[in-house]
Design a protein around this ligand. Structure first.
Ligand SMILES: C[S@@+](CC[C@H](N)C(=O)[O-])C[C@H]1O[C@@H](n2cnc3c(N)ncnc32)[C@H](O)[C@@H]1O
Length: 246
């Protein structure tokens, strides 16, 4: 099992310092990049007694395995992996569940963007199958802009079983598919809810689809056959937000 990870980028490290500073083992900073965006983070890290090293761009690029680190890279203890049984704890804490299911999203940019959307929409947790899905990688955290630290990610071994379990707990599962007859805007998204999105290439798997209480589509006017999954996720989540407010 992986014991350590890398997190990079200003927003991602900022969220880490805010929500789980105890996970940080050490920080590397770009030489000469002690500007106004980084200074508060350095101050916070120092207050936690975090080891900080100033280094070259080349070293940071290597540590992050990316050039997108914005001058800050953290080596962290791996986040606790949440599983099926942790979901019950979350459900017990909330009166009105609002969850997102991602059935096999493999692109880290898409998972990062979905986390960011989910945080903004007030989603309480994202559920993904353990296999054939991207996990919380450094790129996911960077793209999530801090949301990887705020939105719990549940990795389950059997997604269909978890969906049925949610239904037993009173959660209404709305699956999404371009060909569904019911439009998103006609669906009632006000109650205990999980919105299920499909994978980039294949969409929702057959069994996952069958576990949904209803399927909805986002109306499309142009010639493309589908939306990017993170864009579709944002649209669905914020339609739910709109309904739940009114
Ligand atoms: C790129 S699409 C997958 C396309 C796939 N060929 C299919 O047939 O579902 C990825 C996911 O985004 C969501 N999505 C994209 N466009 C959608 C639309 N017009 N209506 C509803 N969901 C959509 C669905 O969850 C879909 O599984």
């Amino acid at each position: 099992m992986k014991k350590q990870d890398i997190i990079f980028g200003i927003h991602a490290v900022e969220a880490l310092l805010k929500h789980s500073p105890e996970r940080i083992i050490e920080l590397w900073l770009l030489q000469g990049r002690e500007d106004e965006r980084l200074t508060p983070l350095i101050r916070q890290a120092k207050a936690f007694g975090t080891s900080i090293q100033v280094t070259s761009r080349k070293v940071l690029d290597e540590k992050a395995e990316s050039t997108q680190h914005q001058g800050i890279v953290a080596r962290v203890k791996a986040a606790k992996i949440l599983a099926e049984h942790d979901l019950d704890e979350l459900l017990a804490k909330t009166d009105l569940p609002f969850l997102l299911i991602l059935d096999g999203v493999t692109d880290p940019h898409n998972l990062g963007a979905c986390l960011r959307n989910a945080d903004a929409a007030g989603v309480q947790g994202i559920i993904v199958p353990k296999d054939n899905s991207v996990g919380l990688t450094a790129v996911v955290s960077k793209v999530a802009c801090g949301a990887a630290e705020t939105v719990p990610l549940f990795q389950v071994t059997n997604l269909a079983r978890t969906m049925r379990h949610l239904q037993e707990k009173g959660v209404w599962i709305v699956g999404t598919a371009g060909e569904a007859d019911c439009e998103l805007y006609q669906a009632d998204l006000k109650g205990p809810l999980a919105i299920a999105m499909g994978a980039e290439g294949k969409g929702l798997r057959r069994l996952s689809r069958e576990c949904c209480d209803t399927l909805v589509s986002i109306p499309m006017s142009g010639s493309v056959s589908s939306l990017n999954v993170s864009v579709a996720t944002g649209i669905c989540l914020f339609e739910a937000v709109r309904q739940r407010r009114s």
